[in-house]
Design a protein around this ligand. Structure first.
Ligand code: FMN
Length: 328
């Protein structure tokens, strides 16, 4: 056990979050992280649309696999009514199943704070700079996930040190997201003053993660320099592994797409089109491997990932090394 403000607040043994990942979060991965003493985060779109579980059935499976604390990712940005209503329904079902931790991203987290608050739930918001952190705190969140410039997926512009300096005085627990590949990175983050880490990339290269073996091998083979930023998938910068496929297609969005993304009238449609395209391409790549378009999201933490391992072995090793280093 490593006690921090985070572990005390959410009731886990080890200050590690297995971050939400579309399309890599399958229930078996999420449950394994929680069962090992960390906090597994359900990514509902991934569970339902990539891994094919009905939401309630997926929750029931998670609950069969672990009775320990679970979290859920709520992307609050989308303003379409159908999306919002479905998310509200999913949050309610998760609360009924005993989920008490939520990681919100992109929009205003207030409705999640209010709904979860009725049963004492805790909400942390993903932020990349102080401006967004202050907004999230005004809306009642209990902690912040500081997404840095080494993260997989949509990375922020700042280093872990800069974010600690910018957010450290806000009086809530801070989680370091990005760049944690091995136990030394984990210890360094705790020594910097973070209350926990959120890892994505490290947990893809595990036995429980159901992505194609090509994706896991690409993570093992990659070094820091192989992580590149593409605009081609979501229309905003996304960290992926450079593969022969990526070399062929390049990293920049086409001129027409770029113009439409900037246009006052066209940008909303273009963003919608991009998010549908991204959901499709990322799902296919993760399930079909290099036989499809090899868009593999990952962060610079690939440098510390050397083997496909069981989730429990990773969490235990990090916990042991962390405990020894911090009691030195
Ligand atoms: C494949 C992949 C998919 C991701 N999808 C999501 C997501 O759906 N929602 C979210 O809030 N964060 C998402 N993230 C961010 C992770 O939760 C986490 O913050 C990030 O991976 C940390 O950086 P690391 O990959 O260096 O460990 C994703 C990251 C990766 C690598």
């Amino acid at each position: 056990m490593i006690a921090t403000a985070f572990t005390r607040q959410v009731g886990v043994e080890v200050p590690i979050i297995c971050g939400a990942m579309y399309p890599c979060s399958n229930p078996e991965l999420v449950a394994a992280a929680s069962e090992a003493g960390a906090m597994g985060i359900i990514q509902p779109m991934s569970m339902v649309y990539v891994h094919g579980h009905d939401f309630d059935e997926g929750l029931a499976l998670l609950r069969r696999l672990t009775s320990k604390p679970l979290g859920m990712n709520v992307i609050v940005e989308r303003s379409q009514k159908v999306y919002r209503e479905r998310m509200e329904r999913w949050v309610d079902r998760a609360l009924e199943a005993g989920v008490r931790f939520f990681v919100t991203s992109l929009g205003n987290p207030r409705w999640v704070v209010e709904r979860a608050g009725v049963v004492g739930g805790i909400v942390y918001h993903d932020v990349t700079e102080r401006k967004w952190a202050l907004k999230a705190l005004e809306n009642g969140v209990h902690g912040l996930i500081a997404v840095n410039n080494r993260a997989g997926g949509h990375a922020g512009p700042k280093t872990p040190e800069q974010l600690r300096d910018e957010l450290g005085d806000l009086g809530v627990p801070l989680v370091c997201a990005g760049g944690i590949g091995d136990e030394r990175d984990f210890v360094r983050a705790l020594e910097l003053g973070y209350a926990a880490v959120q890892m994505g990339t490290r947990f893809i290269a595990t036995e429980e993660c159901r992505v194609h073996p090509d994706y896991k091998q690409a993570i093992l083979a990659a070094g820091e320099g192989d992580i590149v930023i593409t605009e081609k998938v979501t229309g905003v910068p996304l960290a992926i592994i450079r593969t022969p496929y990526i070399d062929r297609v390049g990293l920049k969005a086409g001129w027409l797409a770029r113009r439409m993304l900037k246009g006052r009238r066209t940008k909303h449609w273009m963003r919608l089109l991009y998010s549908l395209q991204a959901a499709w391409k990322l799902k296919k790549a993760s399930l079909k491997g290099s036989a499809y378009e090899a868009y593999y999201q990952a962060g610079k933490s690939v440098a510390g990932v050397r083997a496909v391992e069981p989730v429990g072995a990773i969490v235990r090793r990090f916990a042991e090394v962390g405990e020894a280093a911090l009691t030195d």
